[in-house]
Design a protein around this ligand. Sequence first.
Ligand SMILES: [Ca+2]
Ligand SMILES: [Ca+2]
Length: 185
Amino acid sequence: MMKLRTVVATALALASFVPPAAAGNDSPQTAVDPVGDGVGGGDIVALRVAQDGGPIELRVRTREGNNIRTGPAWQPGSRSQLVLNMNNGSDGRPQWAVIITPSPSGARARVVWVGPAPDPTPPCVGLSQPSPAFIQVRVRQVCLGLPGAFRAFARYRYDRGGNGTVDSSDRAPDFGYTPTINILN
Ligand SMILES: [Ca+2]
Ligand SMILES: [Ca+2]
């Protein structure tokens, strides 16, 4: 019996010396979303979160391409809206969001704090389209209060023709968040 206790105690002592699982920061992480629960360029198939010491990067992949600068879905009068809800891993609610909306020059993005805190002072977010089926944002960590961990989910309301008719509304992933990544500062 004493011997068993000794073995257990030794195992626990050794466990305390094992470094955290994060060799690096487990970045990137991707959540997949079903094909067909949105329309074309509004159907999210994957959401990826990544960070490597600099800005936090979120990348939405859609089933079809959709030009966020010149496409009708992102011109004034369109009801398209892509919201990237972001969380520091501490509880179930988003603390911040990137909100992407139409404008005369196409899609534009801003960062908001969810709740009573004032929104961060821009510049906070860069919006780009590495290829037609990807929408990417890079968020400055300081605008989120330098979180230690990060995860996200997306809601994409898509007005394909930009005529005020919402053609689809896709949440990705369908439930919960992407896996969590640790943030390197
Ligand atoms: Ca989908
Ligand atoms: Ca979905």
